[in-house]
Design a protein around this ligand. Structure first.
Ligand code: SAH
Length: 236
């Protein structure tokens, strides 16, 4: 089966205003839109659904699917494959279907696995680009994330002080994603008294929850939530 009826749509990083015009127009022509739901501690949340609701999207067209956060990937893979099956069935009945991602769908986004499953089933998916969270972080800080000949290193887990120091010495800016899973490095960066700028962000674009600071002591006091990012630059 080949189709033009399935879209993987990036919504941007939490601030509903950061969705692209192309993504919004495509969403409006969809019969069904699947949103990922995650459980972080006691909280069940769908940032994607929140964005759609804020934009005034018809909630009757929204369906939710669970994205398990556990390290047991087989549980998650089963969910993605089940959603892919459901999407394929809807499309078989002539419906236009989308699944959505927070930030950009090709940037550390688990919903991309749904697309992979559909491809395995011989079903093509059209992807619509979005603003990744670290770009929104840079804008909030009003910072030049990289300039001139600088390179960028994005690290989602398990970095070390040596890896970060090496990158900075090579004039790279370092972006640490999924910060709640690599908390120790923050303490080490501060303790090492490295001559760096630490830009710490939480829940960028989310009303009442957004937080940004460069102050090292303040960073150490935070309870780091899942939606957090650290951007590290050598002092200019
Ligand atoms: N597809 C997303 C990334 C998803 S991975 C993107 O394009 O940005 C999830 C990680 O992204 C989180 O752990 C956090 O590090 C970061 N993130 C996503 N949204 C965020 C936000 N609004 N504020 C701060 N960090 C965010």
């Amino acid at each position: 089966m080949k189709t033009d009826n399935i879209f993987c749509i990036s919504l941007g990083p939490g601030d509903a205003g950061l969705i692209t015009v192309k993504a919004w127009k495509t969403l409006q022509s969809m019969d069904i839109v699947f949103c990922p739901v995650t459980q972080v501690g006691e909280n069940i949340q769908s940032r994607a659904k929140d964005i759609l609701v804020e934009l005034g999207f018809d909630t009757a067209r929204i369906e939710l699917f669970n994205v398990p956060m556990s390290k047991n990937r087989s549980k998650a893979q089963k969910e993605y494959s089940d959603v892919a099956q459901q999407i394929a069935q809807y499309v078989d009945t002539g419906r236009q279907v989308a699944f959505v991602a927070e930030g950009d769908s090709g940037f550390y986004s688990s919903v991309h696995y749904v697309s992979d499953y559909l491809l395995e089933m011989g079903v093509s998916v059209q992807h619509i680009a979005g603003v990744p969270a670290f770009i929104a972080c840079g804008a909030l800080a009003g910072m030049h994330i990289v300039k001139q000949n600088e390179a960028l290193l994005v690290i989602p887990s398990n970095t070390s002080i040596d890896e970060v120091s090496k990158a900075l010495s090579e004039n790279k800016t370092v972006v640490l994603m999924k910060l709640s899973m690599q908390k120790d490095i923050i303490q080490e960066l501060v303790n090492n008294k490295m001559d760096v700028q630490l830009h710490y962000f939480e829940n960028v674009g989310i009303a009442d929850k957004e937080y940004y600071t460069c102050n090292h002591e303040d960073i150490l006091k935070r309870t780091i939530p899942y939606f957090s990012i650290l951007i590290i630059r050598k002092k200019d």
